[in-house]
Unconditional design. Sequence first.
Length: 224
Amino acid sequence: MSIVTLFVESENASSERRFPKSLKLDELKARLEPIVGIAASSQNLTLQHQSQEVCALTDDTKMLGYYPVQDYMTLRVTSLHPSGPTLNFNDESQVEKYVMPDEDYDKRNDTVRAFKRRHNMGRFADAKSAMSIDETEEVDVKVGQRCKVGERRGTVRYVGNTKFKQGMWVGIEYDEPMGKNDGSVDGERYFECRPEYGSFVKPEAVVVGEFEEDDPFKSDEEEM
C-alpha cells in the first residue's frame, strides 16, 4: 500500500500526516474532520506545492492517488461555509471537557483523593496524625543545660520551633565566639547573646552534660 506524507493546513490547525493513496476523498475528509475542525460535508480540499496551488480535490469518489499528490505537499482544507461554526482546536474554551461526577470520582482507587485517604493525609487525617512533626516531637534538651556540639561547649538558650526553618531547633550560646549569630535569625530574636556566640542546631547534634565552661587562660595558669 502506497503512503504519502502531507502537511495538512486549515485556518486553525497545521500538522504533518500520512495517508494511503488508496483512500477515497470522502474517507479522507472523514479523517480530516477531527484534525481541522471542519465537517466532512463542508470541506474544500486543494493540493499545494511551495505555496502554489496544484489542483483542487473535488471528486469524493476518486482515490487520493488519482490526483498528482507527492510527499510533503500541502493539503489545504477550507470550509465551503466560512460563516458557519468551526472548531478552533487552539482555543481550549471551545473544546468540551468531560467532568466526572464527584460520587464516581470518590469510588475510584487510582486518584489523589484515594491516595490521601489511604495515608490519612489532608482532610482525611485524624486529630493525631494531622498534627505536624514539629508539634509532636519531644526533645530531651532543656534551656539552661550545659552542652557540647562536637568540640564546642556552650549553654542551651532556646528549644523549640523557629520561623527560619521547620522542625525543632536548639539555640546555643557558645563559650567562645564560634557561632553564627547573636541569638536572632532573619530579624527574629530567640535568645540574647553576644554576636558570633549564638547558633542553632538540630537536637540530635547536642550532647548535654556537666561540661565546664571553656577557660582560654586555664592552660596558662597551670604553667609556671
